[in-house]
Design a protein around this ligand. Structure first.
Ligand code: PGA
Length: 251
């Protein structure tokens, strides 16, 4: 059975001090209740080391929000997977729609990142999702299937891959996909993966939903058969809300 995974994507929020405070509060609350799903936190780069110190020994994973696809070199402003590993990361998010939209990340670039993360022995969260226009044009399936295929191009083994389905129109907008809308896309992602990697790999693959997940809708989303947890933006910035979502995944 797939173990659910809930990851907080803090985006460009929290100073180092704030990140340490928030991660400490989350770790504290989860220590009492114990998390029955896998949990991760993705702070901004400067806070990684400090948050790593907080999370050590708690079982909560440290994740990075992005990476470069080379090990080192003249890439001003970029951070390599090796650096992230040394900072304590076990997961890296690749191809978040904000990276695709605002920073020109193409599917080809996302694929290079996915490959680099895996070749360095870390796990990757590959984000996919359609825009509102694409949904309205009725091409959600095509777009998402294309992103999954492109993102995984040339990758032989997906044991260390998590896919996050995040409809762009639901991110940070307060509009959540209905649990059935999300389930339909998750099921089609699993079919795509089954065609590429076989039934076993597809049924082992964890597919997170992301886009305005809150304590009030998490349980219903996570109860769907193909939704294996969430990638949480806004609601991960409050310890209480994030922990409630983690607990919803454990039920
Ligand atoms: P949101 O963000 O929960 O604030 O909608 C989700 C994400 O972008 O990962």
């Amino acid at each position: 059975m797939r173990r659910k995974i809930v990851v907080g994507n803090w985006k460009m929020n929290n100073t180092i001090a704030e990140a340490i405070e928030l991660s400490s509060a989350i770790a504290e609350e989860l220590r009492d209740g114990g998390a029955s799903c896998e949990v991760g936190i993705a702070p901004a780069f400067p806070a990684l080391s400090g948050v790593h110190g907080v999370l050590e020994g708690t079982g909560i994973h440290l994740a990075a929000q992005n990476c470069h696809y080379e090990n080192d070199g003249a890439y001003t402003g970029e951070v390599s997977v090796r650096m992230l590993e040394e900072a304590g990361c076990s997961y890296v998010i690749a191809g978040h729609s904000e990276r695709r939209q605002y920073f020109g990340e193409t599917s080809a670039i996302v694929n290079l990142k996915v490959k680099k993360v895996l070749s360095e022995g870390l796990r990757v969260i590959l984000c996919v999702g359609e825009t509102l226009e694409e949904r309205e044009q009725g091409i959600t399936g095509e777009v998402v299937t294309g992103q999954v295929k492109d993102g995984l191009e040339g990758i032989a083994d997906i044991a260390d891959v998590v896919i996050a389905y995040e409809p762009v129109w639901a991110i940070g907008t307060g509009k959540t996909a209905t649990s059935q809308q999300a389930q339909d896309v998750h099921a089609s992602i699993r079919e795509t993966v089954a065609a590429l990697y076989g039934q076993q790999a597809a049924s082992d693959l964890r597919i997170q939903y992301g886009g305005s997940v809150k304590p009030s809708n998490a349980e219903e989303l996570f109860a769907m058969p193909d939704i294996d947890g969430g990638l949480i933006g806004g609601a991960s910035l409050k310890a209480e809300d994030f922990v409630a979502i983690v607990n919803a995944a454990g039920r």
